[in-house]
Design a protein around this ligand. Sequence first.
Ligand code: ADP
Ligand code: XUL
Length: 545
Amino acid sequence: MTSSEPLAKQFLGFDLSTQQLKGVVINEKREVLHESHVQFDTDLPEFRTHNGVITVLTKGQKPEVSAPVLMWVKALDMILERLRVCGADFSQIASLSGSAQQHGTVYWVNGAEETLKSLDEGQFLHNQMATSFASPTAPVWLDSSTTAYSQKLEESVGGPEELAIITGSKAYERFSASQIAKVASIRTTVYNKTERISLVSSFMCSLFLGKYAAIDYADGSGMNLLDIKSKEWSPQLLEATAPGLAEKLGDPVPSHSVLGQISNYFVERFGFNEECDVVAFTGDNPSSLAGMCLEEGDMAISLGTSDTLFMWLKEQKYLENGSVFVNPLNETEYMGLLCYKNGSLVRERIKDKCTKSKGWEEFGSLLQSTPWGNFGYMGLYFDEEEIVHPVQGEFKFDQDGRRIEKFDSHEVEIRALVEGQFLLKRLHLEDLDIPVESFSRIVATGGASQNQMILQVIADVFNAPVYTLDNKNSALLGAAYRALDSYSRFAKAGRKNENGAPLAQGLTLVCSPYSEALQIYTPMVEKCRAQMKSILPSIGDDEAS
Ligand code: ADP
Ligand code: XUL
């Protein structure tokens, strides 16, 4: 929506996600004025990424997944140009913030902060930052090559539950502590010449600030290093991770913190106002929570590269296979999250295999042409080793729950995949004592939330109405909302709900569950449980970890 009379103050948000960098400008009424994006694979082909990342396969080892840091820097040069071309006037920006894929770590080389402080406005950022990183690549959330380091971290505090009590999560391979421990252990030269480690969010923020930006509490919760009650790094975990880590991380700050004003580089090169505030950047999931304006009883489903489920938590809760983060909008409360690697990219692969057009429309029509429950056929697809359970492969089952090689038709395969993806999520929620009755609506976001047929399956499997935001990019919007909210924190401007979250913008009801959905899908959850047990026999055993 474009306002015919733009208000004087505008707010800028960025989202550096797995596959692209997005930017948005909003006004004080939270209306979107300008929006643009840079797609890494196609706009920056020289970095040779596939879906935004580089995967290195070594025989006998889990793949290592990383992203080129300079690609992200170059994407920033480009997005500002694109926003300017589509009409953004940066002199009107009062405050900016951002969000980024979580857990990834950037290693700044000794002396890099000096470069940040003395950027030449006549040159591109990426040319000036070319030698600023001790490692040219950043390990990202898709990496799970750090199992040994995760185990050591848990042992250092007495086990997974003990670690989750301190940090909100058991040790996950993709979380920053295990990633940093691996770098410190096998790439010691890189670690030793690193003066600062940023998360992807605080890295992007540092570029705007012209000095190292602090890590915020919410994204910091995705590191297995932050004590989420005291909001300080846990000395025990710092020590168990790598030597001298505290000084490489800097102190964490509340997510709403204004960290300073925009660096002179952007004032001179892009015409920003020198008083433009830079608000701490955060993770994409916390940012989505801010952008979606969740209320009590809402379950959010983000269908980006990863599928994630998240919810506002009043108190810290132990989520065995999930994570608890400090809430980005209220640092005395929390948010819960379950993350699945096998989301959009698996749907994309099956779409390409099962449709003639390789298009989402045909995928949706084929999905719609099959009945709820799919005649009893089910599929569980894990192209990547899944986070919640260590399982990889393609598992197809017939009406009697027997493994089969292939389905009879493309439409049955499509429904088997989509139903399987969401039945598994419902199963995991129920195992965490979060039954479908405990939430009254689902708010969907991310790329695949444009697909009404997928949303209908979600409504049916969870037996709840599904809403979407008019703007599907909730992490991006959340970044702009947080810029606005931090700016107006003391002026009390902006409308809030009782959680302290901004009021929802344009939530639309897209699908409601069919009346018999519960009868059909509740037994299928149990079938899904049995099938998972046949794939991974330890699931469901009392002693299973
Ligand atoms: P991220 O923020 O993780 O980079 P997005 O939220 O932008 O990702 O979502 C990108 C994904 O959305 C793509 O991988 C694509 O598979 C999926 N997607 C885009 N359009 C559709 C659609 N109409 N139906 C289903 N999935 C879609
Ligand atoms: C969350 C997670 C992903 C990334 C990328 O724990 O790993 O959702 O944030 O979006």
